[in-house]
Design a protein around this ligand. Structure first.
Ligand code: ADP
Ligand code: MG
Length: 240
């Protein structure tokens, strides 16, 4: 579904991706781990066409991605993204936040968008908050609304960029629980996270990124419990 081959990316003179390759098949959950500044967000942004890249190839559903590409808006519709900061519309209700994309981006009839928004809000455990304002919700609840909003566009895959890093520790679990549910239902996901327990339980594969290169990738249990490379071992010692 997503194929990343030898991708090189520089910001000015600094090469931040130095030949990154991995692929994700339909229904797979891949966790991307690695120290701050290693290029994790940049990879997600390249996959979603938010950044250009200079070398290599990224294809999504058989279509080559480059942000100069005309069909980039189609692509963005197929790949959802959930960020650390949720950026809900503060002056719209929770329900309206989730209906917004389907109506204005996809041109869906209002009644249909509302029906799906309600069922997605139930899925993320917020059926009783549909008329609340984002500001009345906790960070964990807001992030769950953001996930429902992403799902409302019916993406084929979702990229998560540290979805729980901005949350108070006691709110992390409820968001991870929603992500577990999505994984179980077969959603294709790439998750940048520092939640190693989550990665161990949910990821099919883990890629460890360091200084713009994938140092090690493989089945979650193998990478997290028996890493072969010194840099992976060192990183895991520090985060676990
Ligand atoms: P991570 O998400 O793993 O913390 P990033 O992908 O955000 O890492 O960043 C990788 C490197 O690219 C870092 O050195 C960062 O400073 C640099 N970088 C990211 N975005 C930009 C930008 N827009 N302009 C210049 N440098 C950037
Ligand atoms: Mg990042």
């Amino acid at each position: 579904m997503i194929d990343i081959r030898d991708v090189h990316k520089r910001f000015g003179r600094v090469e931040v991706l130095k030949g990154v390759s991995f692929s994700v098949t339909a229904g797979e959950v891949v966790c991307l781990i690695g120290p701050s500044g290693s290029g994790k967000s940049t990879i997600l942004r390249c996959i979603n066409g938010l950044e250009t890249y200079e070398g290599g190839d990224i294809s999504v559903l058989g279509q080559r991605v480059n942000s100069r590409h005309k069909s980039i808006n189609d692509l963005r519709r197929q790949i959802g993204m959930v960020f650390q900061r949720f950026n809900l519309f503060p002056h719209r209700s929770v329900l309206e936040n989730v209906m917004e994309g389907p109506i204005h981006v996809n041109g869906e009839p209002r009644a249909q968008a509302e029906k799906r928004a309600k069922s997605l809000l139930a899925l993320v455990g917020l059926a009783d908050k549909i008329n609340a304002w984002p500001g009345q919700l906790s960070g964990g609840q807001q992030q769950r609304v953001a996930i429902a909003r992403t799902l409302a566009l019916q993406p084929k895959a979702i990229l998560f960029d540290e979805p729980t890093s901005a949350l108070d520790p006691e709110l992390v679990g409820e968001v991870l629980q929603v992500m577990r549910t999505l994984a179980r239902e077969g959603m294709t996901m790439i998750v940048v996270t520092h939640e190693m327990q989550f990665a161990r339980e949910v990821a099919d594969r883990v890629c460890f990124l360091h200084s713009g290169q994938i140092v090690e990738q493989g089945p979650a249990q193998q990478i997290l419990l028996q890493p072969q490379e010194a840099r992976t071992q060192d990183f895991l010692r520090r985060v676990l």
